[in-house]
Design a binder for this molecule. Structure first.
Ligand SMILES: Nc1ncnc2c1ncn2[C@@H]1O[C@H](COP(=O)(O)OP(=O)(O)OP(=O)(O)O)[C@@H](O)[C@H]1O
Ligand SMILES: [Mg+2]
Length: 363
């Protein structure tokens, strides 16, 4: 074993690993995760307006993914974030959430444009989420510590050209499916480990790796929309996450790692299905109440908008041609009287929070 946690792990092997990934347990979990993921994908196809929930779901993921670094984001700052009033955001944690979301959207755009996942793309994602022009690590000295004990657990490979070479190999593994016949979900688990073990950046490797996961699922057509995020699962099982990553390096224990990720995919797909269902149900229950107060001015589009943003203001109604400013303001006032939304003032602007939606999201 040539691994020493205090020495750069320059001999990190390329994928695929020399390990048996076709155990009965992995097989069972692969089938289960694929089934639940396919269900989620299919369910999204039946949604009348799938993009509706996306803004909200991605925002939530941005918050959760960043919380892994114990950033406490106030809901209020997050609401502002959801409306892109970035310049008004002073709270650095909320800023990070917004940057993460922008990095995610940018990555999705790249995937749609290029159809493959590249090193440059990963660099771009890291730069966006950190709002930095940092690049692949050039200098030695990056070490990984256990978040609980703070003791050093891993030293990633060093030397820019070596790191680039490892990323090039990873890129090939990601994009060329003729090289092996592994299930894409198993591949996703391998890729996540590999990316984190290469640890190409000075910071932001975890967040970039989590964005890479969902981009990969989209790229392999396992999802049509970016709705499955493992961040919550990873936070909830953080010590296992760290333990299993280490065991791959130290004991070549790929099986435990792959099982951990497959379970995460299955559980998260299930949870996401439930959540989308709850939101749609809430929306349906809301419709008659809004109809009652708006009468003939009621429109389906307005309700759609209320569920596209946890936080809304009159100008959004105006931009979406629901009504002119004055009328839009009246609509929101009337809806507020039903208790469905609550107004708050930030600066000179009045915002309305969809309290029910916020509650489901933060559950
Ligand atoms: N033993 C290990 N081997 C490989 N990768 C590891 C190991 N321990 C942790 N990691 C990865 O390192 C990431 C943290 O690296 P970094 O600080 O660059 O990312 P981040 O995005 O800033 O932080 P975070 O993931 O905590 O939000 C973890 O999320 C994990 O994926
Ligand atoms: Mg970090």
């Amino acid at each position: 074993m040539n691994f020493n946690k205090n020495q750069p792990y320059n001999s990190l092997p390329d994928l695929p690993p020399k390990a048996d990934l076709e155990t009965p347990e992995i097989f069972k979990l692969t089938i289960k995760a694929n089934k639940l993921l396919a269900e989620l994908k299919g369910y999204c196809l039946t949604l009348p307006n799938p993009n509706l929930l996306l803004n909200t779901i991605i925002l939530q993921e941005s918050k959760e993914s960043n919380a892994i670094e114990n950033i406490v984001t106030t809901q209020d700052e997050l609401y502002k974030a959801s409306l892109n009033i970035t310049d008004k955001i002073k709270n650095p944690a909320a800023k990070e959430v917004i940057q993460y979301r922008e990095a995610m959207y940018w990555g999705l755009e790249q995937i749609n444009k290029n159809g493959i996942i590249t090193t440059n793309m990963l660099v771009g994602i890291m730069q966006k989420l950190r709002n930095s022009d940092d690049n692949i690590r050039k200098n030695p000295g990056t070490k990984l510590a256990n978040p609980f004990t703070k003791s050093i657990v891993y030293t990633p490979p060093e030397g820019e050209s070596l790191i680039r070479e490892k990323l090039a190999q990873l890129e090939k593994f990601i994009n060329d499916d003729t090289l092996n016949d592994l299930d894409p979900l198993i591949k996703m688990a391998l890729i996540h480990y590999q990316f984190e073990a290469i640890h190409p950046f000075g910071d932001g490797n975890g967040r970039t790796g989590r964005i890479l996961n969902v981009l990969y699922l989209i790229n392999k057509d396992l999802l049509g929309l970016p709705v499955l995020y493992l961040s919550r699962y990873i936070i909830q099982h953080k010590s296992d996450y760290y333990k299993f990553l280490r065991e791959v390096t130290e004991k070549n224990n790929w099986e435990a790692w792959v099982k951990f990720v497959l379970k995460g995919i299955g559980e998260t797909a299930e949870m996401t299905l439930l959540k989308i269902n709850t939101i749609l149900q809430l929306k349906q229950d809301t419709q008659p109440l809004i109809k009652k107060v708006l009468k003939s001015s009621y429109s389906k589009e307005l309700v759609d908008l209320l569920f596209s943003y946890p936080y809304i203001k009159t100008s959004i109604l105006e931009e979406n041609s629901i009504a002119k400013r004055q009328t839009a303001a009246e609509y929101l006032k009337k809806i507020e009287n039903t208790g469905l939304i609550t107004s708050i003032k930030i600066g000179k602007e009045v915002y309305y929070i969809n309290t029910g939606l916020m509650k489901v999201l933060s559950e």
